[in-house]
Design a protein around this ligand. Sequence first.
Ligand SMILES: [Fe+2]
Length: 236
Amino acid sequence: MLYDFHCHILPGIDDGSPNLQTSRKMLEMEKKDGVGKIVLTPHFYLDQKSLARFLDDRAGAIEQLQPVADELGIELKFGAEVRYTKSLLDQELDKLCISGTNYMLIEMPFERLTDRFINEFKTFAGSIFPDIQLILAHAERYLLFTSEESVYRIMENDMLVQLNCGDFGALSRSRKFMFELLDHDLAHLLGTDCHNTSSRPPNMETARKVISKKISPHCFSHLMRNAEKVFAGEMI
Ligand SMILES: [Fe+2]
């Protein structure tokens, strides 16, 4: 049983699946790859939508998708990919956590992460820990905008770290960094971050193959054991 911790399969809520038909195809692709437990993580941008409105929209999308997941035998949990902003401190963050847990998936801005930003984030993370346990979304993606050192400094805030399955592909420029994290047990969870069935499809199989071949099958199993625990709301 495989776990996907980051995806945009919920229909019509963000730049992921536009409708239920696409969502169904995405779930079928997940199932083909052996994924049976999925955390749905639509984007949450506080500057674009209030928390109440986001939760309302998400509830509507869940209502549509749940029967399809039940039919396919896939277990869903609900969360969000929360874009960091200092104003999050005024929000009820437990409502953005993965259902039944205190884990929240958080995304950094796609820009150079300055010392000032890193210090501000450290204060934020320190003030919500341990009530809210942060998971850093796709740690490798920030390297397109900022230094490895700055990503390591963000990771130092008692966070779990999630990697995107697609970035294990042969053309990825982030593979070396991802292997380094896995080698040192600094990355904990995998997510497909799938948005559709074509350009950003469910791709757990890519990660399974590459990690098993380039590191070890044991490493992939270890990531899935982590996933099992976090899905159940346990510490790892
Ligand atoms: Fe995402």
